[in-house]
Design a protein around this ligand. Sequence first.
Ligand SMILES: NC(=O)c1ccc[n+]([C@@H]2O[C@H](COP(=O)([O-])OP(=O)(O)OC[C@H]3O[C@@H](n4cnc5c(N)ncnc54)[C@H](O)[C@@H]3O)[C@@H](O)[C@H]2O)c1
Length: 365
Amino acid sequence: MQSQSRAILITLPGREQRYRVLIGPGLRFDLGSHLKALDLPPRLFVVSDRRVAGLYGGQVTGVLEKAGFSPTLLEVSPGERAKTWPVVQRLARDLLAQGADRRTCLIALGGGVVGDLSGFLASIFMRGAPFIQVPTTLLAMVDASLGGKTAINLPEGKNLLGTFHQPRLVLTDPEFLDTLPPKERRNGLAEILKHGFIRDPDLLTRLERLRPRLFQDREALADIIHRAAAIKAEVVAADEREADLRRILNFGHTLGHALEAASRYRLAHGQAVAFGMLAALQLSVSLAGLSPGAAAYGQRLIKDFDLARKLPNLAMGDVLAALTLDKKREGQNSVFVLLEELGKPVIYPDVPLSLAAEFLQAGWA
Ligand SMILES: NC(=O)c1ccc[n+]([C@@H]2O[C@H](COP(=O)([O-])OP(=O)(O)OC[C@H]3O[C@@H](n4cnc5c(N)ncnc54)[C@H](O)[C@@H]3O)[C@@H](O)[C@H]2O)c1
């Protein structure tokens, strides 16, 4: 049942627009009243994937109906394959067939896939319709639902078509996580640890303390989500379009993406980022002056959360090739985010790839 909620106000530089991120156990039951406060037309569309729709679709549309709205649930397949142009087109035609117009609000009920897809659709539907994020994975709660990036994939690669479109509200209910599989929890935990590493060593201490009962203690979990989401919000609000500050969010990701690519995406994102962070901590000792004790503490945390699980057999040559590809896309230099201290990132322009690869390999040995 409802308890206190936590709020983050996101204001965007140079823009009138602002919106709130609300976080609290049981908040989904208040969705109707929060939507009313936004003065939205009664006709609503809830976009969800089949798995999440099966678990929560009826409950959420029921809450909306009770509040006087008239919602329709639109379902897509679970997983990345929903983030494609044919799905966008099919959803847009469904909206039109059911009388949606440019004031009609879309509600993204799901993980980062549903959020990216619905946000993309909302941003181009009749040149821009309102949308709301109701994230149901930990990763979406602390990362994907915040910042206004939307995207779909092309056969050539992930997230190649995208827009910036800010939601009118993000409503985060940690109770959704009760049904989230452990692998998906780990994807979110890797991002939370990352936020601690780049911005808030105190978050790391709290995580360490709460680890044995994190998913049982909903208020503590809500506090952690609140802090991690606030860090992401702070970074993206300072810089909506990805210049230097936003780059610090890439901690562990340069190497993580190379591992994901080399594994042909068999490796879970959180696990790849965890190995990327293990190596980035080690690189930080060698190149950025991070103390060996701080690096060892960070590496232990990553392992205690069971994020650095066994890797599938990867050829070092493939990882290096993926890193080199990343390098080309970034321009002349291979840019890494390293740490001078825990919570103090530095953009390091010229990391020798051979050293990065050596530390990566040491992490998974
Ligand atoms: N826009 C951004 O800034 C941003 C940032 C990071 C990631 N992303 C994108 O997010 C996507 C990954 O998001 P994700 O990790 O949330 O994956 P996801 O949306 O695919 O969800 C993972 C799985 O969990 C299931 N699920 C979701 N909520 C559940 C719940 N409460 N209970 C049980 N099962 C549940 C889903 O059905 C799915 O099978 C990627 O496409 C990535 O590109 C976007």
